[in-house]
Structures are given as C-alpha cells and as structure tokens.
Design a protein around this ligand. Structure first.
Ligand SMILES: Cc1cc2nc3c(=O)[nH]c(=O)nc-3n(C[C@H](O)[C@H](O)[C@H](O)COP(=O)(O)OP(=O)(O)OC[C@H]3O[C@@H](n4cnc5c(N)ncnc54)[C@H](O)[C@@H]3O)c2cc1C
Length: 427
C-alpha cells in the first residue's frame, strides 16, 4: 500500500479495518507491532510500521459519529472520520471549527497527530483545538485524556506513538460565514515591509509564491462576514484586506485561481467574495473534488512569528535555487498551542513548499533551505519531507523528554513505534 502522493510504499505486512472496538482490541492487544494509519496524506514515513496497520474509517465505537455537548459546544467525533465529513454536520448543529487545513479529505486523528494547521493569526493548529482524546493503549484498554490532565499536552501531537486514538473532542465556536478574495501581483518589497499587516488583513490569509517570480503571485484572504450572508450574490471587493492589498500594489484576481499556476480552479472552494459557510471557504479545496493526482511532494517549516521578515527574505534569496523545483509555496500564520511536540508552540509563521515529484532534486535542495531557516528557529512539519537528522529533532522541543517518558510508560515494548518515530524515540 502507498501513501496519497505514492512517493512511499508502507512496510506493513497487512492492514486491518476493524468494525467495532472488540475487533480493534483484538488487533492492538494481539499484535507485537501495530500502527494507526489515517487517510495516508503524510509524505514521510511517520505512519509506517513493519507490523500491522489499523485504519479506523469503518470503526463504529457504539456512539454517534458526532456528538455536540450543548453546554460547552465540545464536539466528540470518531477519530477516523475526515474533517470534511464532520464539518457539514457540525454546521447543521450551529457550530464551527475555528480552522481547517487546505484539504478537507484528511482524517481527524491523523491530522492532529502531526500538528496539521490552517492559517490565521488568531487560530491555533487543529491539534490546539483538541480538548480530549480516547486512546487505545498497548494492552487494548481505552484511556481518556482531557485538557487539564497532566499527560494531555503529550497526547494529541503524538505521531501515533502512544496508541490508537478512537475519538477526538474538538472545541467549537458558533457557526460563521466567510468570503474568499484573491489578489495578485503584490510587490515583494511591499511584503517584506508589511508582512504582519498582510498576514493579519483577514481571518485567514495565505500567500502563494514560487519565490523567484518578479512579484508575489497571490494572496488569498478569507474574511468572516456576518452570519446569514451565505447564499447571497458575489459582493464587490471591499473591506480591510482589499483596502490594504490594493494600497500595497496588488490587484483583485479577475477570476477563480488554483494554488498551482495554469491549473483550473474547479477543485477550489468558491472565491470572488461570495459568502459561504466556514467549511466551504476555509479549506482551499472542495470536499467533493479530488484536488490533484497527488503528483507532488511537500515540505514545511514552522517558525516563531518574530522571525518572519528575516525568514521571508532568506527564502526569497534562495528563489533561483528552489523556484524551478516548486509547483507552489505558501506562507501561513498559526496561533500558539501547548502540545509538547507542537511545531507551533508560539504564534508562528509556516513556510509550505509543494514540490514537483523529483525527490533526488528536492532532497539535494532541502539542506540549503534548512540551513537558512533552522537558525531562525524553524521546526519541520512532522508529516512532510525534511532532511534534518532525526537525532536533532528532540533538541527542537523543550518538553521532548516528557513525551518520551509518556510513550515509554504507555507503550513499554515499543509496539506503536515505526518509521522515523522509532528512531526518534530510540535515544
Ligand atoms: C494534499 C495535502 C494537503 C495538506 N494540507 C495540509 C495543511 O493544510 N496543513 C498542514 O499542516 N498539513 C497539511 N497536509 C499534511 C497532512 O495534514 C498531515 O500529513 C497529516 O498528518 C495527514 O493525516 P492522515 O490522516 O493522512 O494521517 P497519516 O498520514 O495516515 O498518519 C499521520 C500520523 O497520524 C497517526 N495516526 C493516524 N490515525 C491515528 C489514530 N487513529 N490514532 C493515533 N494516531 C493516528 C499515524 O500513526 C501517523 O503518525 C497536507 C497533505 C496533503 C497530501
């Protein structure tokens, strides 16, 4: 079996898709090596095992797929569901997630296990909005960990190393509507000098570039609008994002745009300022379309927000080197959270790279990118491709020792270790 991008063939002997908790317990307790596999969207071997993979997409744990607590708004969801499968039902209950990743097809448990995030100065990673997990540990017992429990900060961004998460509790907010506007041609100098203002010009902002073009290719602005605007006609481009970006020299896009140049935007969520519910605007791609054939590779580095202007200049200086290898690249922002293995422990800037699927060329370029970004405090995304030695990763996380102790306590035989996570926890 291969991952989504087909750049990795898993080493597992077989894959089990248990239909109930008893079947899951049988696999987890009975096998010496097990690893949960989500929707296979990671580009590296973070989810790999030489033992048995378990996928939870068919798992019925005896409770409704989605339960919303009317008092707290906390949504309890089956962990194997994809975010896009949860979102519409949540909206129907009058609730929303504060953020979504670019793709709604990614599983909830798999996304939060690697610190997956969207964009927005005020929105945390998807893991940062988790308030509880049900975890099947090595013996097959179910353990519930909630915000406030001593081990909780180790239990969400956990790389599959603690066990199999069967349910996830998500903090929600009242549902809201969003309009998406795209701007093109922002001059580089304007971005250098106004990075924080550009990234803060809407609820969620993404800057797309290939770093060697004469100007910044696109800025996607997702702005909250008053609830109930959905279903209305396209509004004229106006508001804080448009005011700022046009003043800085950008222009409203003349039609719908795809993140990749010269690709039709049919798979993208609606643009052009048409208001719609949060889950149909915050992801870049629509749930009912396959966004691409997967012929790409991804890397991503997350840095403290304070390093942002230096980091943008440093990557731009590498534009001629990395630009020809890129399909596109994206700058995003994320608010900090308190997970021990969080790549965004403080307000952060993310540099995402979608590469052509040429691993030898990308692998040769990554050390140069990492040499520019690591001194500025960068951490590689746990689910993407990087060349930082695995042995150096613990040094990037002050609470790594606490995480390793928790993993050793819950999984003393290392049943849930595989791929590079085995090496990470070996030291
Ligand atoms: C097209 C595309 C777009 C993407 N967009 C974004 C984005 O916008 N933002 C971003 O940050 N990342 C993004 N990613 C990266 C992606 O979100 C992460 O790699 C994520 O971890 C993939 O989740 P998955 O369900 O596919 O998990 P997998 O890749 O299958 O597994 C990832 C990890 O989760 C663990 N895991 C899975 N299920 C469970 C479970 N039930 N219990 C315990 N552990 C589990 C696995 O063991 C493994 O360690 C994107 C990837 C692709 C291919």
């Amino acid at each position: 079996m291969k991952n989504w991008a087909a750049n990795l063939t898993y080493s597992s002997a077989r894959t089990e898709r248990p239909r109930n908790l008893a079947e899951l317990t049988g696999v987890v307790a009975g096998e010496p090596r097990v690893r949960a596999l989500g929707s296979r969207h990671s580009f590296c071997d973070v989810a790999d095992t030489t033992g048995v993979h378990v996928q939870l997409d068919l798992l019925d744990d005896g409770r409704p797929a989605l339960e919303v607590d009317p008092e707290t708004g906390v949504a309890s969801v089956r962990a194997g569901l994809r975010y896009g499968e949860v979102a519409a039902d949540l909206h129907a209950e009058g609730r929303a997630l504060a953020a979504m990743a670019s793709l709604p097809h990614i599983s909830v448990a798999g996304a939060v296990a690697t610190g997956t995030h969207g964009s927005g100065d005020g929105t945390r990673s998807l893991a940062g909005d988790v308030v509880g997990v049900d975890l099947m540990t090595a013996t097959g017992e179910l353990l519930t960990l909630r915000r406030g429990d001593a081990d909780f900060p180790g239990s969400v961004v956990a790389l599959g190393a603690l066990g199999v998460v069967t349910r996830v509790e998500l903090a929600t907010v009242p549902t809201f509507d969003v309009r998406q506007d795209v701007f093109t041609g922002l001059p580089w100098q304007a971005l250098f000098e106004n990075l924080d203002a550009v990234m803060g010009s809407a609820y969620s902002v993404s800057v797309f570039t290939s770093w060697y073009e004469p100007d910044v290719r696109m800025v996607w602005c997702k702005s909250r609008v008053s609830t109930g605007s959905a279903g209305g006609a396209a509004s004229t481009t106006s508001g804080p994002a448009a005011d700022l970006l046009t003043r800085l020299g950008a222009r409203p896009a003349v039609g719908p745009m795809h993140p990749l140049p010269d690709v039709a935007a049919v798979a993208c969520t609606e643009q052009g300022g048409v208001p719609g519910p949060w889950f149909e605007r915050l992801p870049h791609f629509r749930m009912d379309f396959t966004p691409s054939l997967g012929e790409e590779l991804q890397s991503e580095y997350l840095l403290p927000r304070t390093a942002g202007p230096d980091a943008v200049r440093a990557v731009r200086a590498l534009g001629d080197r990395i630009g020809p290898l890129l399909l596109t690249s994206e700058i995003r922002t994320i608010a900090g959270d308190d997970q021990w293995l969080s790549t965004t422990p403080e307000d952060s800037l993310a540099f995402h790279f979608t590469w052509k699927q040429d691993w030898p060329a990308v692998r040769a370029a990554l050390p140069e990118l990492e040499a520019a970004l690591l001194p500025l405090g960068a951490r590689p995304h746990w689910g993407k491709l990087f060349t930082v030695p695995v042995a150096d990763l613990p040094g990037l996380y002050p609470r790594f020792g606490d995480f390793a102790e928790l993993a050793g306590r819950l999984d003393p035989t290392g049943k849930f270790r595989g791929g590079y996570v085995a090496e990470l926890l070996a030291g």
